[in-house]
Design a protein around this ligand. Structure first.
Ligand SMILES: [Zn+2]
Ligand SMILES: [Zn+2]
Length: 219
C-alpha cells in the first residue's frame, strides 16, 4: 500500500497471511471490508480514506488510498514538486479533453518535453509517469494512457466540474468507459453498476425501456 494503490486480491492475501500467522480463522473478503471500515474511522481526521474501486478498463478491483482534502491542488502539494504538479495537471487536462479520454504515451512525453513550465527531460517525464501509473493515478494499455482508478476516486468531483466529464446514470460518478442504453436513450452506465442492476431488472434505469439483450451483459 506504500504506493497508495494495490489490487483487492493482493490486499486480501495480506490479510489472509496475517490471520493465519495469528492462528485466527482465515480472513474473508468481508473481513477485508470490515478492516478497511475500522481504518477509515481512524484516518478520517487526516483527510484520508481507503476505497475499494473497480477499474472501468479491466474490471479488476483495487484498494486505493484517497486524499479527501476538498482542494484538488492540496491533494498533491507536499508529495510532488510544483513542476510535477504542473505536469500532472496538464496530463489530466489533455486526457480529459481527448476523444475517448485517452492519449498515446508518446504524445504525453512530447507534450512534457515541449512544455516550458515542466522543464523535464524525456527520461524524467517517463519515470514520473511510470510512478503515477504504479500509484494508480493513470492506467496504461497498449501505448495509451488513461485516467486511473485512484485519480477517479480522488479527483472525481474536480473532473466532473472542471471538464464536464460524463457520469454514470446509476452511481453518478465519473464514467470513462461503460455501457450505453440498448434502447437508444442517452443513458450511460459503468459496467460494474449495470451488471448489478440487470441482475434485478432488464429495463433501462433511465428510460425504462426493456433491454432484450440485458442477459448478455452478464458474460
Ligand atoms: Zn456507476
Ligand atoms: Zn435507456
Amino acid at each position: 500500500m506504500s504506493r497508495g494503490t494495490m489490487s483487492k486480491t493482493c490486499a486480501h492475501n495480506v490479510l489472509v497471511d496475517l490471520s493465519v500467522s495469528q492462528n485466527m480463522s482465515v480472513a474473508s473478503e468481508e473481513d477485508l471490508e470490515l478492516v478497511i471500515d475500522v481504518i477509515n474511522q481512524k484516518i478520517r481526521k487526516f483527510d484520508q480514506r481507503i476505497d475499494i474501486v473497480t477499474s472501468m478498463y479491466d474490471g479488476n478491483e483495487f484498494v486505493v488510498m484517497v486524499n479527501t482534502t476538498p482542494s484538488a491542488i492540496m491533494k498533491l502539494q507536499g508529495t510532488y514538486t510544483p513542476h510535477e504538479i504542473e505536469y500532472f495537471r496538464l496530463l489530466v487536462k489533455e486526457i480529459s479533453l481527448a476523444e475517448d479520454n485517452t492519449i498515446r504515451m508518446i504524445q504525453v512525453l512530447n507534450l512534457m518535453n515541449q512544455n516550458q513550465n515542466t522543464n523535464f527531460s524525456m527520461s524524467k517525464s517517463e519515470k514520473i509517469l511510470n510512478d503515477w501509473i504504479e500509484e494508480g493515478y493513470f492506467y496504461s494499455d497498449k501505448g495509451c494512457i488513461y485516467l486511473g482508478v485512484r485519480l477517479v476516486a480522488e479527483f472525481g468531483e474536480f473532473l466532473r466540474d472542471k471538464f464536464q466529464m460524463n457520469t454514470c446514470d446509476l452511481c453518478k460518478e465519473v464514467l470513462l468507459k461503460g455501457v450505453d442504453c440498448e434502447a437508444g436513450c442517452d443513458g450511460h452506465f459503468h459496467n460494474s453498476c449495470i451488471l448489478k442492476y440487470v441482475a434485478k431488472s432488464s429495463k433501462c434505469p433511465k428510460c425504462k425501456e426493456t433491454w432484450r439483450d440485458a442477459k448478455k451483459l452478464k458474460t
